[in-house]
Write a protein that binds this ligand. Structure first.
Ligand SMILES: NC(=O)C1=CN([C@@H]2O[C@H](COP(=O)(O)OP(=O)(O)OC[C@H]3O[C@@H](n4cnc5c(N)ncnc54)[C@H](O)[C@@H]3O)[C@@H](O)[C@H]2O)C=CC1
Ligand SMILES: O=C1[C@H](O)[C@H](O)[C@@H](O)[C@H](O)[C@H]1O
Length: 338
């Protein structure tokens, strides 16, 4: 393939972000068609993509357009399976935003379809693997200088979520980033996970339980403590500290000026995920395009996405059981072994 001619499915918040970056900053690819169940949404996507962009409201029609040779899926997680399976059936490379699917059952269908087709076509949008800070942490850990990782402490904090955000989404939509990136960071796999509910924030006006504490243990014995806190009140605050045998490695915070003013010293915390990881989205999408043009996939595979969904299912189960739940994947199929 000379160029990816992409159909983007789901012209919402991140769909429009990806249209803008693909049209303006990504080499070797362009959006030629956009699709949204709401025609108005598709028209908004087409406006960003530019003149001549085809508009669809049916993802099968968009994906099977003969001018389309690649697919980006940016529908809500529970609606990823349809377009991803359609892209696999059409033999076209597909970038699916995270999560691959909201349940392990849906993820399994995708993995089985990709293996049956015999071609690696699916990449999942876990962009933290492309984030400069996470890659710096991984490089230091992989150097061996600090010894083996033993404990990880993370926060995933945001300042407010949509009204339809649920207790389960704290796992399937939010913690799913740590579920994917941490095993990659420390070269291990999840074994057992537990969700513990502290006192709920009095700002929460619906059934949402927030914050949540997720204790996750790897097969190698590393224990991670993750605080998911989506009503923190002060910004979008992502932290990751890896405690090793001879030292501690911390994820760098985005750099902002330190201001001294009126007897105070202060710096800034990002407002949201768009700005906090803006560079990593560009690196991730460019890597997907570069690989797809060679008939390959980079980043997180469909199997990585499926394992993340298996882990998420276990954590959601623990949200009600309150006890540790095992993460059972059955082992990596040869098709996905690197
Ligand atoms: N990597 C990251 O940091 C982020 C990833 N995401 C992921 O991106 C995906 C989309 O999230 P948002 O943009 O926030 O959602 P959104 O709700 O803003 O947009 C989703 C769009 O998909 C459309 N849609 C729904 N079902 C469809 C179907 N069957 N066919 C075509 N269009 C359909 C909706 O009409 C809507 O316009 C989710 O999987 C989410 O987890 C979202 C935010 C950040
Ligand atoms: O994917 C995302 C964002 O990247 C944020 O990390 C989360 O807080 C949000 O819930 C989710 O949509």
């Amino acid at each position: 393939m000379e160029n990816l001619n992409i159909a983007l499915i789901g012209c919402g918040m991140i769909g429009r972000e990806h249209i803008e970056r693909i049209q303006n900053r990504i080499r070797g690819a362009k959006i030629v068609a956009v699709c949204d169940v709401f025609e108005e949404g598709a028209k908004k996507g087409a406006e960003i993509a530019g003149a001549g962009t085809k508009i669809y409201t049916d993802f099968n029609e968009a994906i099977n357009d003969p001018d389309v040779n690649a697919v980006v899926v940016t529908t809500p997680g529970q609606f990823h399976k349809g377009p991803v399976l359609a892209a696999i059936k059409a033999g076209k490379p597909v970038f699916s935003e995270k999560p691959l699917a909201n349940t392990a059952a849906d993820g399994k269908e995708i993995v089985e379809a990709e293996m049956a087709g015999g071609k690696h076509l699916v990449q999942v949008g876990f962009m933290r693997r492309y984030d400069r800070g996470y890659r710096q942490v991984k490089e230091l850990i992989d150097s061996g200088k600090f010894g083996a990782p033993m404990v990880i402490k993370c926060t995933h904090r945001a300042d407010g979520v949509a009204d339809d955000y649920t207790t389960a989404m704290a796992v399937t939509d939010t913690a799913i980033h740590e579920i994917d990136v941490l095993p990659w960071l420390v070269n291990d796999e999840w074994d057992e996970v537990q969700c513990i509910m502290p006192k709920t924030n009095s700002k929460v006006k619906n059934a949402l339980k927030d914050p949540q504490i997720m204790i996750m243990k790897t097969k190698g014995g590393i224990i991670n403590m993750l605080e998911v806190n989506v009503n923190c009140g002060f910004g979008y605050d992502i932290n990751c500290e890896v405690v090793c045998e001879n030292g501690v490695v911390n994820l760098p915070c985005p750099s902002f000026p330190t201001v001294r003013y009126a007897n105070e010293v202060s710096t800034k915390i990002e407002d949201n995920w768009i700005l906090r990881f803006i560079d990593s989205y560009d690196v991730e999408i460019q890597d997907w395009v570069d690989h797809a043009l060679k008939g390959e996939t980079g980043g997180s595979s469909a199997w990585d996405g499926y394992v993340a969904s298996i882990t998420a299912d276990a954590l959601v189960k623990s949200q009600t059981s309150g006890v540790p739940e095992k993460v059972v994947t059955g082992g990596t199929p040869d098709f996905y072994k690197k």
